[in-house]
Design a protein around this ligand. Structure first.
Ligand SMILES: NC(=O)C1=CN([C@@H]2O[C@H](COP(=O)(O)OP(=O)(O)OC[C@H]3O[C@@H](n4cnc5c(N)ncnc54)[C@H](OP(=O)(O)O)[C@@H]3O)[C@@H](O)[C@H]2O)C=CC1
Ligand SMILES: Nc1nc(=O)c2c([nH]1)NC[C@@H]1CN(c3ccc(C(=O)N[C@@H](CCC(=O)O)C(=O)O)cc3)C=[N+]21
Length: 307
């Protein structure tokens, strides 16, 4: 048996088309255009690629993109001052500070400085706390995108056994919270988990967010399970020529695809969804801040997943 390939690229395109439609409607009916500010500190090549692709897609859906590219030597105080300005700027609906930040800057402090209602990453403690206590909040993009892929693949998730490998604040923990909110039975595994292969084999839904190339093996996957591979790892690809690289996930894709019912590829899986949900969150934040109802498309996703 070969698994269904979950097409994150196509799902992300559909989501962006829905966002573009809503942006046009808001402009026509309410006379404003949502704006997303993305802040990049330093010259990390991968971060630069992500930030420019975020800016491009922001403009493609009809929103305003505000880019701040700061020198690697930018002080924490200067960054906090910029965030203060963006918080106060009425043209800015969403603020994203690209991670990782240079070592001399305290990321936690920076994330807490972002106004929670503009925190389109969903990383602020207020939004984390709201998610954990069942209140409405902006939700981290990668887990939210993963949930949308699960909804498209499985429909209702209630009662399913879900295992999340990884417990970071940006992926593992919020992913587990969302699966719990969707009435799954959730296990969070990490580097101290005993007999990880056996824990993974219990999963109807297996989410890998580890940061180790092809870490999850084919025989860790329960036959028919749905596998969400969050990992993005750039590795050498000598088969493509000397010095060439390629992207692989945290799952041994070829082996897992023999066993799983459905699986996300890398690239083309969770990654594109992350940017699409970022645009979705910006739209939601823009509506929320003006007291407008959440766009119907997102209300429907939330209803299907969480009620
Ligand atoms: N597709 C997308 O849009 C995004 C992709 N990513 C990718 O997702 C992956 C995870 O990212 P992130 O959560 O930030 O990574 P972190 O490094 O912050 O967290 C990794 C987690 O994996 C766990 N882990 C590490 N080694 C093992 C092991 N041997 N066995 C079991 N668990 C282990 C760690 O456990 P412990 O806590 O015990 O140390 C930790 O909880 C990366 O590949 C990253 O590139 C990230 C963000 C967005
Ligand atoms: N504040 C903050 N928010 C983030 O959401 C955030 C961040 N910092 N720092 C880095 C990680 C990583 N991340 C990705 C986004 C898109 C792809 C993506 O589009 N990937 C494509 C391939 C891209 C390529 O070819 O390089 C794919 O998987 O198909 C991947 C990873 C967001 N992150």
């Amino acid at each position: 048996m070969t698994a269904q390939i979950i097409d994150g690229k196509a799902q992300a395109e559909a989501l962006r088309a829905a966002v573009a439609g809503e942006v046009a409607r808001l402009k026509a009916d309410h006379g404003f255009v949502p704006g997303l500010a993305v802040v990049l500190v330093g010259e990390d090549p991968a971060s630069k690629v992500y930030v420019s692709s975020k800016a491009k897609q922001t403009v493609e859906v009809g929103m305003n993109s505000i880019e701040h590219k700061l020198d690697v030597a930018t002080t924490e105080a200067d960054l906090l001052a910029l965030i203060g300005k963006l918080n106060a700027d009425p043209a800015v609906d969403g603020i994203l500070v690209q991670l990782p930040l240079p070592k001399h800057i305290d990321s936690a402090k920076v994330l807490e400085a972002i106004a929670p209602e503009k925190d389109v990453d969903g990383f602020h403690v207020v939004n984390v706390g709201k998610l954990a206590t069942g209140q409405w909040s902006l939700v981290p993009c990668t887990p939210y995108g993963s949930m949308i892929l699960l909804r498209a693949t499985l429909g209702k998730l209630a009662g399913k056994e879900a295992v999340v490998v990884g417990r970071s604040n940006i992926v593992g923990k919020p992913m587990a919270q969302l699966l719990l909110k969707a009435n799954c039975t959730v296990t969070i595994a990490h580097s101290r988990t005993q007999d990880l292969p056996a824990v993974c084999r219990r999963a109807d839904i297996l989410v890998a967010a580890v940061g180790i190339p092809e870490f999850v093996k084919g025989d860790w996957v329960k036959p028919g399970a749905t596998v969400i591979d969050v990992g993005i790892n750039r590795v050498p690809a000598p088969e493509k020529g000397e010095g060439k690289t390629k992207l692989v996930g945290d799952v041994d894709y070829a082996a897992a695809a023999e066993v799983a019912g459905a699986i996300t590829p890398v690239p083309g899986g969770v990654g594109p969804m992350t940017i699409a949900t970022l645009l979705g969150n910006t739209l939601i934040a823009a509506c929320q801040r003006r007291g407008l109802a959440a766009p119907a498309y997102f209300a429907e996703i939330d209803r299907d997943l969480f009620r």
